[in-house]
Design a protein around this ligand. Structure first.
Ligand SMILES: Nc1ncnc2c1ncn2[C@@H]1O[C@H](COP(=O)(O)OP(=O)(O)OP(=O)(O)O)[C@@H](O)[C@H]1O
Ligand SMILES: [Mg+2]
Length: 464
């Protein structure tokens, strides 16, 4: 005798829970005593389960108009085109796959098709090769970047920026709340010394003055404060030692102009803390700038590609933050309103924050061999057991794509071949003029309000 429980078990075990017809059949079975009808229902469910084993996906790609659509590839069984609307970028995209799975290739495809400006945070000098195809692409190896993270974005209140900077710096370099407050106090004092609260400030303090200010803090108070002093200096010093040229400016390149261009920021050779700090502070800068400009339309202005997401969106740092959600997670959730879309790639889904997984509406699963990593991503995509079994057999360039509440679809992604031949010399030849056209102001020492007030600290200046 067929009973309701048995039918439910069939549905559950064969992954038909989300199937509307199966649900309808279950409801019908629950409201009838007719044994023949129940037999028929069981037969139909088993038949559906068998169909599903062969094709665990309904290949229903989104139907987008070709205008402003990004072409990703063809669905695996039915050869239908799979596209993403450009607006979907503002709801963020997450792609995971093992080394060689096809993440960078996918990013090439997205970058060359998207009509809005994009930034790439690049750790492996992957995207400089696109200069062959894209004349307007600006590539900024970190040694050529000029950036003063203590200069608030235009329109942003210095107090607000002091807090954002402190949050980001503390997140990127794992500072806890005591040191964090100590840091914030010094930044606010610097802003007062530099008269930033007046209109049209002549000069902005830099990380160098921040370091000097902390060094000169003659701690006559508790031992605890002296620990904070050491801790914060231990974070700032390596940054200035490695990337002195990047931060040695009162005003760096005009980021607000860079938001309107395609830019590759190259971070190869920097240690992880500094890479993380630069990625996060640049992201926060664009967000606060957009917010200050009242760009709340939600219309996409900029897409940022993070090719190793766990640097900025690290689950370990998320857990470490005693004060709750770190600034960076908060930004992910809110970036959409400010017209900033994120495309995040990584090999290890288990190391990404829950917030990132929850806030990326499109997920692209490429081959993942490691069981733990596979589990982490397939769970966040709600793949049923059969779909998971299928996804474990993916090959290079093959993906399962899920967007919003739509069912996942297996897609053969478009390939993108690019000559990997841009070495440093070639890059300099093609980019030098672009670099020279970017304006910045070197750090002023003579008329520097900090040194005027506190004197030139010899140890500070000799360090560099
Ligand atoms: N869609 C595709 N179709 C055909 N071949 C592909 C496709 N995507 C990637 N490949 C092949 O796989 C190689 C590796 O891809 P890719 O560099 O994109 O991997 P990755 O996921 O970025 O790896 P890593 O994590 O090591 O950076 C490419 O050079 C290309 O030959
Ligand atoms: Mg790659």
């Amino acid at each position: 005798m067929v009973d309701g429980e048995q039918l439910q078990r069939i549905v559950r075990e064969t992954g038909l829970e989300d199937d509307p017809e199966a649900q309808k059949l279950l409801r019908r079975a629950a409201t009838t005593e007719n044994q023949h009808l129940r037999d028929q229902i069981k037969k139909r469910l088993i038949q559906k389960a068998a169909e599903k084993t062969q094709h665990p996906f309904n290949e229903n790609p989104p139907q987008n108009s070709p205008l402003n659509s990004i072409y990703l590839g063809k669905t695996q069984n039915q050869d239908r085109v799979y596209t993403l609307k450009e607006e979907q970028f503002s709801q963020h995209i997450l792609t995971t796959g093992q080394s060689g799975a096809g993440k960078t290739t996918l990013f090439y495809n997205l970058m060359t098709q998207i009509s809005k400006p994009f930034w790439a945070f690049d750790r492996k000098q992957d995207y400089r090769h696109l200069t062959n195809q894209m004349d307007d692409l600006l590539v900024l190896p970190w040694k050529t970047l000029r950036f003063n993270p203590l200069k608030p974005p235009p329109g942003v209140d210095p107090d607000k920026w002091a807090q954002v900077f402190t949050e980001i710096f503390s997140h990127a370099t794992s500072l806890l709340s005591g040191s964090k407050n100590f840091l914030l106090k010094h930044i606010i004092n610097l802003y007062i010394d530099f008269n930033l609260y007046q209109e049209d400030p002549p000069l902005y303090p830099t990380l160098f003055e921040l370091k000097a200010s902390i060094e000169q803090d003659n701690i006559n108070y508790t031992r605890k404060s002296s620990n904070y002093q050491d801790t914060v200096l231990n974070r700032i010093e390596p940054i200035l030692l490695t990337a002195e040229s990047t931060f040695n400016c009162n005003t760096g390149y005009p980021i607000q102009d860079l938001i309107q261009r395609n830019v590759v920021f190259e971070f190869e050779g920097l240690n992880r803390d500094i890479q993380r700090f630069l990625q996060e502070i640049l992201f926060a800068y664009t967000y606060e700038y957009q917010l200050a400009q009242n760009k709340r339309t939600g219309e996409l202005d900029l897409v940022i590609f993070f090719d190793e997401g766990k640097q900025a969106f690290s689950v370990y740092l998320e857990q470490q933050t005693a004060s709750g959600i770190p600034e960076i997670d908060d930004l992910t959730a809110r970036a959409r309103q400010m017209g900033i879309g994120l495309v995040v790639g990584d090999q290890e889904a288990s190391k990404l924050t829950d917030s990132l997984k929850a806030n990326t509406k499109t997920k692209i699963l490429l081959p993942v061999g490691d069981q733990k990593q596979f589990q982490a991503i397939s769970e966040s995509m709600n793949l049923d057991r059969r779909q998971q079994d299928f996804a474990k057999t993916l090959d290079t360039g093959q993906a399962v794509i899920q967007t919003g509440n739509r069912e996942p679809v297996p897609v053969d992604l478009l390939n993108y071949q690019v000559e990997q031949d841009v070495d440093d010399e070639t890059l300099r030849e093609t980019q030098e003029q672009k670099w020279q056209d970017l304006e910045y102001e070197e750090r002023e020492i003579q008329n520097n309000p900090f040194y005027q007030k506190h004197g030139n600290d010899r140890t500070t200046l000799d360090d560099f």
